[in-house]
Design a binder for this molecule. Structure first.
Ligand code: RP5
Ligand code: MG
Ligand code: MG
Length: 282
């Protein structure tokens, strides 16, 4: 089993003044005894009271239903990893210790569900021939990446599943927001853009669903995602897209897929699956 690494032995996310208690590899799993494990507690003030955030645990008005679709709050509190434990009222990170309690800047206790669209095409030269990698001789794939505002790293244009939303809607909405800046379009332009993507986003291949090794994870809150691949084999449709970074993205571009790319969270391991799926260079 892959250990989480990006949410351990670091300062917390973009808060350089919050340090995680260092957790060595052999003490990540909760089953390893560690009597004096007392990591700091951090829940960012900024999330409290936000409509998309849970209330604090212990608040009389907060009655979550763990490990279930929580109808009262329209929040999916199931985990792709199976049943997670609740200890003293707090959900426990299924992958083990992170050196930080609380929820950090994540809105939900327990799993925080996201969706990641991986939009791909073949890299082509000036005369539109597909480029093969000089060493592996496999075709070079490209995907639409965004640069995250929070830490400047390249990533999939993913985002949180909104209450009541289904994953297929999240995938298209986040792509529109982060790579086409739909949040700043007028109503008419936005419906046209949505319509334009409809067909292309109706066919996808499953890439990954599960825990994300996200730097925002804590002992009591963590990211999970559903990543799907939308591939344009001849590149004719994606050629019509007008890429324009928006919302929490500060850059957007086609990136060459390879093992050398450094990406946010565990996006690189998901991208590897896409490369395998399409028999592309990695
Ligand atoms: C990652 O965080 C997911 O894989 C997804 O890309 C992203 C969702 O969070 P925001 O982009 O909304 O911050 O764990
Ligand atoms: Mg977003
Ligand atoms: Mg996002």
């Amino acid at each position: 089993e892959q250990l989480h690494t990006k949410c351990r032995n670091t300062t917390y996310g973009t808060n350089n003044d919050i340090s995680r208690l260092p957790v060595p590899d052999e003490r990540v799993e909760w089953s390893q005894p560690w009597d004096d494990y007392h990591p700091p507690y951090f829940t960012a003030k900024g999330i409290l009271g936000k409509p998309w955030a849970d209330k604090e645990i212990g608040d009389a008005d907060f009655n979550p239903t763990w490990n279930a679709m929580d109808v009262e709050y329209q929040v999916d509190r199931t985990s792709f990893t199976g049943i997670y434990k609740i200890v003293n009222g707090y959900p426990l990170n299924p992958l083990g210790r992170t050196g930080l309690r609380g929820r950090g800047i994540l809105g939900k206790w327990g799993p925080n569900h996201a969706a990641d669209p991986v939009v791909t095409r073949w890299k082509r030269n000036d005369v539109k021939e597909v480029v093969h990698h000089p060493i592996t001789n496999k075709r070079v794939l490209q995907f639409v990446g965004i640069r995250r505002k929070d830490n400047n790293q390249w990533a999939f244009p993913g985002g949180m599943v909104d209450p009541g939303e289904i994953v297929s809607q999240t995938l298209r909405r986040e792509f529109l927001e982060e790579t086409m800046n739909s949040l700043e379009m007028d109503g008419e332009t936005k419906s046209q853009a949505e319509k334009h993507l409809e067909d292309f986003f109706s066919k996808s291949s499953d890439v990954y669903q599960g825990y994300v090794d996200d730097p925002r994870n804590t002992d009591n809150a963590w990211m999970e995602t559903v990543a799907k691949n939308f591939h344009d084999d001849d590149g004719s449709f994606v050629g019509t897209l007008n890429l324009n970074a928006g919302d929490d993205a500060v850059g957007v571009k086609w990136l060459d897929v390879s093992s050398e790319l450094q990406l946010y969270a565990s996006h690189s391991s998901m991208l590897k699956k896409v490369a395998e799926l399409l028999n592309a260079h990695w």
